[in-house]
Design a protein. Structure first.
Length: 136
């Protein structure tokens, strides 16, 4: 493949897609940091649980950041993992509802809804459909 084809210019993504990807990247960063903090707090009596939980959150955070970057670059496959994580966040928000954690629930719902609207906005769908047509 010639050099000029490897560095193809990526079309400018629509604003709703950029907002959704940005929020998803921030979510991914926060989850990754949480995984690192969990790893720093692993105790010998629950080492296996601590390590596996830490690895899970670090991998999930990394995947979220990769998908956020990829969806802005027009990679259609990366939209699905972001949507799945947002639906999981809506379920998690339901668990935080009530008492002193209601604010966590509200934050999770607002972010998840904004990301889902941004990803499923007609301009975003069109941009990702155009990207798929260009690779076919």
């Amino acid at each position: 493949m010639p050099k000029d084809q490897r560095h193809e210019r990526v079309p400018t993504p629509p604003p709703p897609l950029v907002v959704a990807a940005s929020l998803a990247a921030v979510e991914g960063l926060l989850v990754l940091v949480y995984g690192v903090l969990l790893a720093a707090d692993v105790h010998g009596d629950r080492a296996a649980m601590g390590v596996t939980t830490s690895v899970f959150f670090v991998l999930l955070g990394g995947l979220m950041m990769l998908c956020a970057w990829s969806v802005v670059r027009g990679r259609t496959w990366s939209r699905s993992p972001i949507v799945v994580v947002q639906v999981m966040a809506l379920g998690l928000a339901w668990n935080f509802l009530g008492g002193g954690t209601t604010w966590v629930s509200v934050v999770l719902v607002v972010i998840a809804v904004v990301v889902l609207i941004g990803l499923l906005h007609p301009a975003s769908l069109e941009a990702l459909a155009d990207a798929r047509d260009d690779t076919a």
